[in-house]
Design a protein around this ligand. Structure first.
Ligand code: DGY
Length: 323
């Protein structure tokens, strides 16, 4: 019997995942990185005849790609926790199984959240710019930032990442933790985090941390109105998805001083062009979607991705099924 065919759409997919797949199936790896322009045409060239796909977050998985793959396509895993780039309706309509790689990245993303929070609150970008341009200015009133101690921290979306963030911040003498989200989280009680309506969270928080998925309901949840409702000293952190924030409104709010600073791991588009207005702002501390980028976490994600498709191809439940 011939081996099943699995297409891995990014040449940077970790070797540990490739080795697992190669032990059981025929693996083709698209020879480009996900942001390289050749990537999508090459995916389209190779996808036909695949039994399973190991997808990434950069490309939308559309009905067109699924049709190009053909009716034998049985399983897709995205090598990510987020699934906003997948047309789930098109996948389910065709009876294809879909999986992702949640949980395993909670700690790494929580670490980067704290990095962004401190970096934005304490003006790392401005400081580094001054230092590197030879323009370092001393003074007791120079480069003043915001304290974490005594603050109210609001988490929008209190899933595994949000909870890991709170566990870390417990050591920072935060005065109050609050969260907003679709449902009550049982873990909140033990962590002493109170659920409040989102409007209240935006109004009361000194730090607003977005750690929720991007959906039709959450798209542009931070917009001109919500930014106006936030405190002037507020620091906004986004480690969810760029689409949660209306970036033009954010630019205006940061420029006008409606909020103090922002720390972004995610944005639209990715990669962000170097002349993008947000990059010009000294109080917008941006890093290039590095939340899960540690050796250990990316390897663990690759193992789950490989297991997801191998299990589905054996007609077993995926390790982390979406549908
Ligand atoms: C995820 O897994 O969704 C992270 O944002 C990395 O892409």
């Amino acid at each position: 019997m011939s081996l099943k065919k699995v297409l891995v759409v990014n040449r940077a997919f970790p070797a540990v995942g490739i080795d697992l797949l190669k032990a059981k199936v025929n693996v083709k790896v698209v020879p480009y990185l996900d942001h390289e322009p050749e990537s999508i045409p090459e995916i389209k060239k190779y996808v036909n005849g695949s039994d399973a796909l190991v997808w990434n977050t950069r490309h939308r998985l559309t009905g067109e790609i699924l049709d190009l793959a053909g009716p034998q396509l049985k399983a897709v895993t995205t090598n990510s926790s987020g699934i906003d780039h997948i047309d789930v309706a098109e996948v389910t309509k065709r009876g294809i199984r879909l999986g992702n790689t949640p949980n395993v990245l909670n700690e790494a993303v929580a670490d980067i959240t704290l990095g962004l929070l401190i970096g934005a609150a304490r003006r790392f970008k401005e400081g580094i710019r001054e230092l590197e341009s030879g323009n370092w200015k001393y003074g007791v009133n120079g480069m003043l930032g915001q304290d974490i101690a005594g603050s109210t921290v609001g988490i929008v979306g209190f899933g595994g990442i949000g909870q890991s963030v709170v566990k870390r911040l417990k050591g920072f003498n935060v005065a109050k933790f609050i969260y907003s989200g679709r449902s009550d989280k049982p873990e909140a009680k033990e962590l002493n985090v109170e659920r409040v309506p989102q409007e209240q969270l935006l109004k009361e928080s000194d730090y607003v941390i977005l750690s929720c998925p991007l959906t039709e309901q959450t798209k542009n949840m931070i917009n001109a109105n919500s930014l106006k409702a936030m405190k002037k000293n507020c620091v906004l952190i986004n480690i969810g998805r760029g689409g949660l924030v209306d970036q033009e409104a954010l630019y205006t709010a940061l420029k006008e001083g409606d909020i103090f600073a922002a720390g972004l791991d995610v944005m639209i588009p990715e990669p962000l062009p170097k002349d993008h207005p947000l990059i010009s702002l000294p109080n917008c501390f941006i890093i290039p979607h590095m939340g899960s980028a540690t050796f250990e976490t990316r390897n663990a994600m690759a193992v789950i991705s490989a297991n997801n498709v191998l299990l589905a191809l054996e007609d077993k439940p995926m390790q982390y099924p979406i549908c």
